[in-house]
Design a binder for this molecule. Structure first.
Ligand code: SF4
Length: 185
């Protein structure tokens, strides 16, 4: 089954190179279009998560090897250290578990990441799911109890406002499979 965002990308008749890129990405094939894809740096193997770890995804790693990926970590670009406190969104603010408000850092990093994306010519992104910055479609509810609610991370929301097409690693096939885009629960 194709993801609804994937359908939109594949039907984007005004941008055939982007559609070709999307098909290739969804099938784990080589991307032969020159338009770079913005990716969450942790998916590209950078240990920039709050816990100091990476979450590499094989498709994103291959994009990187092919020179098609532009990795960014908005939280690091916003000046936050790694490792750092876990953050969730509540009432439009980015709050650490301790209660420290890091909204300004999140906004600063999102803006800096957007500028990098524009400078590189990116128009679409593969982002880390559920992150308070990069999460797309679902994020944690601010209770630190593992409860997901509909919504976007601060960086993902900014990218959407600027017309980027977004998906997360949950939408990508596993390396070596031919399943196409997965449907999001
Ligand atoms: S802000 Fe985004 S890129 Fe950085 S660690 Fe979190 S999910 Fe990954």
């Amino acid at each position: 089954m194709k993801h609804r965002d994937g359908d939109a990308l594949l039907n984007d008749a005004d941008a055939p190179p982007a559609a070709i890129q999307s098909v290739a990405l969804s099938k784990g094939e080589n991307v032969d279009d020159a338009t770079p894809i913005l990716v969450s740096a942790c998916l590209a193997g950078q240990p920039c998560r709050y816990d100091g770890k990476a979450t590499p995804h094989p498709v994103v790693l291959r994009l990187l090897e092919q020179g098609c990926a532009v990795p960014v970590c908005p939280e690091v670009l916003g000046g936050l250290n790694t490792p750092r406190e876990c953050v969730e969104l509540r009432a439009g603010r980015a709050l650490c578990r301790s209660g420290r408000d890091v909204t300004d850092e999140f906004l600063r990093g999102a803006q800096a990441s957007l500028e990098r994306a524009h400078a590189a010519g990116c128009r679409r992104a593969v982002l880390k799911s559920r992150s308070p910055s990069c999460g797309t479609g679902r994020v944690y509810d601010g209770s630190f109890c593992g409860t997901l609610v509909p919504g976007d991370g601060i960086f993902a929301a900014l990218l959407k406002r600027h017309g980027f097409s977004l998906c997360t690693e949950d939408d990508l096939p596993c390396e070596g499979t031919d399943t196409g885009l997965a449907s999001k629960p």
